[in-house]
Design a protein. Structure first.
Length: 89
């Protein structure tokens, strides 16, 4: 998690959260986020943000159940050449 630099108009952000697969579904991720929310609120912030990949449906369900809302969306399109092959990157 990170906090904005003093004087910068930004929001606290969760950069990475992960629960070992053997321990998922037991509320550990939920509790980590709740603790982060409490600390951010204690410091005087009224919002917390994070990014999540679209394919991570389990995380999306968790975040939505905690009240997070979509505020941005990124999209991509793989391009192919006339021969049907992807161009070099």
């Amino acid at each position: 998690m990170s906090l904005p630099a003093p004087g910068r108009p930004s929001l606290p952000r969760i950069h990475h959260i992960e629960v070992h697969p053997a321990h998922r579904g037991r509320g550990h991720g939920r509790r980590m986020i709740q603790l982060a929310e409490a600390e951010v609120a204690r410091l005087g912030y009224d919002q917390l943000r994070l990014n999540v990949f679209a394919h991570n449906t389990g995380a999306i369900r968790l975040y939505e159940s905690l009240g997070f809302e979509v505020t941005n969306q990124q999209m991509r399109k793989p391009l192919t050449s006339d021969a049907g092959e992807a161009p070099p990157r």
